[in-house]
Design a protein around this ligand. Structure first.
Ligand code: FBP
Length: 305
């Protein structure tokens, strides 16, 4: 496989990484219909942990089967498939080498009263299962944020030493933040920056709204405003990710209309984001509808700006 100039350029931004980690980043970046473009679409399926099985898979019961999820990601021509341990194990032999996988090594669940995650997988698991990366969630703002960041430090160090890439889901939540605050522009940029500072190769955040939440940041944003335009907000998140030197992808959220999701995707594309990580909007649709939507998302990312 010949790497494109764009992928070589992206790999050059990861100045400290060993050849193993760079090869795994290259595998993700060169895979699927967006392979070589520097853009990515990833299928994440950890919602069974986060929200429970019925809320996750009830709308499309075929998705209860882990093999269906691997096949959806492969048939859609995505860059990678991310899931917790049991889900990857359940298709590991059948789909070995068929698509880069990201082992989600921590998870929360809806039965918990605290904003925390348990470590549910190891770097050893990721290597045994042939994964390209580990995935880890931090909740900046939670009472447990520092423990989570310390767990990330340990797992990221181990993953990088073993030649794996590190994907960080950075989701602000906790007592300081209401629902508006969790996706406010200043908070989303802050969360993305914390993930970059923690050594993430790929950062995952929710698309930001125009709200500014932190009182301490309001004056700064008044003085140096970000234009009230979704693409400009994405560009601000890209700035927070070392001015584009770290890959950043944006989540899809709850199932909604194709047009609403595609509006977000167009803004991510125009703002210079690296792509989408779309779970519920893919696996909660019938396979035909999911493949059609994912193809439309990929088309947007292929468009020349
Ligand atoms: P979705 O596209 O389904 O939003 O998936 C992205 C994701 O980050 C999942 O990996 C995770 O389970 C979920 O969102 C968490 O969603 P929420 O923050 O709404 O509980």
């Amino acid at each position: 496989m010949k790497l494109t100039r764009r992928v070589k350029e992206i790999l050059s931004w990861y100045e400290s990484d060993n050849p193993g980690t760079k090869a795994n980043l290259a595998r993700i970046l060169m895979e699927g219909k967006l392979g070589g473009t520097g853009r990515m679409v990833i299928l994440p399926v950890d919602q069974g942990f986060e929200h429970g099985p019925a809320r996750s898979f009830g709308p499309n019961p075929a998705a209860y089967d882990p093999h269906y999820l691997f096949e959806l990601a492969i048939e859609a021509g995505l860059n990678a498939y991310a899931a917790p341990l049991g889900m990857i194990e359940a298709g590991a032999a059948t789909y070995a080498g068929a698509i880069p996988t990201i082992l989600k090594v921590n998870s929360s669940n809806s039965l918990s009263t605290t904003k925390d995650q348990a470590v549910t997988g190891t770097v050893g698991d990721a290597l045994r299962l042939g994964c390209s990366a580990i995935g880890f969630t931090i909740y900046p703002g939670s009472e447990y944020q520092f423990e989570m960041m310390e767990e990330l430090r340990e797992l990221a160090e181990e993953a990088k030493a073993a030649g794996l890439a590190v994907v960080v889901w950075s989701y602000p939540r906790g007592p300081m933040l209401d629902k508006t605050g969790e996706t406010a522009l200043d908070i989303a940029a802050y969360a993305a920056h914390i993930a970059a500072l923690s050594g993430a190769h790929i950062i995952k955040v929710k698309p930001p709204t125009a709200a500014i939440s932190l009182d301490a940041a309001k004056k700064t944003y008044e003085k140096f405003p970000v234009e009230n335009d979704p693409a400009k907000r994405i560009a601000h998140i890209v700035q927070a990710c070392f001015n584009g030197r770290r890959l950043v992808v944006f989540s899809g959220g709850e199932a909604r209309s194709n047009e609403s999701l595609l509006d977000d995707v167009r803004a991510i594309h125009a703002g210079g984001g690296n792509g989408s990580i779309v779970g519920r909007n893919a696996f909660q649709r019938s396979k035909a509808d999911a493949l059609a939507l994912l193809a439309s998302i990929i088309e947007v990312y292929k468009t020349k700006l």
